[in-house]
Design a protein around this ligand. Structure first.
Ligand code: CAA
Length: 258
């Protein structure tokens, strides 16, 4: 891989977008490599992922403007689809993904962060959808995910104005869950990943699916989605172990992902 570094650290994995000279901007190669990296994650062992950017300045400064500058209408649509497909893969990935946002998260950078389950950032992070200043709309899901996360009014203001916001404002509007100092970001991302990875993996996966699928439908159907996934847990060894341990007043020996 030229631009992606993947490291498995026991029960969680860290994906680093590593194209520091271009502030980790997403060109077609980065997107293809990210797709292949996700396909190669060992889901028997890995229970949570962290996504971050290389260096101290930028998470991802957007889709690659140089590459986009000469695209035709059809090529623009095709480029949008490449990004959307891999972001959707990330969003529906069976295990949780934490975005550890360590600097610029602009355009496609903000959009990839929004495709993750949990967003935490460093105090130098900057968020925005500056596309209208380049003559385009957000193209990797920004018009759809931003209003779902921060509400329609705030999303419209950000997208129409193209104005960037700092970490504290991103926290205030609910775009990120926590702001850390630069030094504290990765240790806290890893601590959170390890905490998630300790819980019953099938239950965690089912929670992700229930939330994702349920948020796309009305409450009557959503609650049925939860019922099925809740019921499914009762076929697992981990449910038996989790509840038996409670009843026997002992600690869970191990969740075995089965
Ligand atoms: N695409 C391609 N290259 C980029 C890039 C991007 N999105 N962002 C930064 N770079 C490159 C710069 O061209 C520069 O390369 P050179 O050294 O070869 O000139 C290098 O990264 C460093 O960037 P700057 O010198 O500009 O660094 P800075 O500290 O002065 O500014 C910045 C940082 C404010 C993030 C500025 O780089 C910037 O505004 N970048 C573009 C941000 C942007 O508009 N992103 C949205 C892209 S459109 C999109 O993402 C569409 C979509 O929804 C799919």
């Amino acid at each position: 891989m030229e631009y992606i570094v993947y490291e498995q650290k026991g029960s969680y994995g860290v994906i680093t977008i590593s194209r520091e000279k271009a502030l980790n901007a997403l060109n077609s190669t980065v997107l293809k490599e990210l797709d292949a990296t996700l396909d190669a994650v060992n889901l028997e062992e890995v229970r949570c992922l962290i996504l971050t950017g290389a260096g101290e300045k930028s998470f991802v400064a957007g889709a690659d403007i140089g590459e986009m500058s000469t695209l035709t209408r059809a090529e623009g649509e095709a480029f949008g689809k490449i990004g959307n497909d891999v972001f959707r893969k990330l969003e529906t990935f069976p295990i949780p993904v934490i975005a550890a946002i360590n600097g610029f998260a602009l355009g496609g950078g903000c959009e990839i962060a929004m495709s993750c389950d949990i967003r935490i950032c460093s105090d130098n992070a900057v968020f925005g959808q500056p596309e209208v200043g380049l003559g385009i709309t957000p193209g990797f899901g920004g018009t759809q995910r931003l209003p779902r996360i921060v509400g329609v009014g705030v999303a419209k203001q950000m997208i129409y104005s193209g104005r960037n916001i700092k970490a504290e404002e991103a926290y205030r509007i609910g775009l990120v869950n926590t702001v850390y100092t630069q030094e504290e970001l990765m240790p806290n991302a890893e601590k959170l990943a390890a905490t998630i990875a300790k819980n019953a993996p099938i239950a965690v996966r089912n929670c992700k699916k229930a939330i994702n699928d349920g948020m796309q439908t009305d409450m009557d159907q959503a609650i049925v989605i939860e019922e099925k996934l809740f019921g499914g847990c009762f076929e697992s060894y981990d449910q038996k172990e989790g509840m038996t341990a409670f009843v026997e007043k002992r600690k869970v020996e191990a969740f075995l992902n089965k």
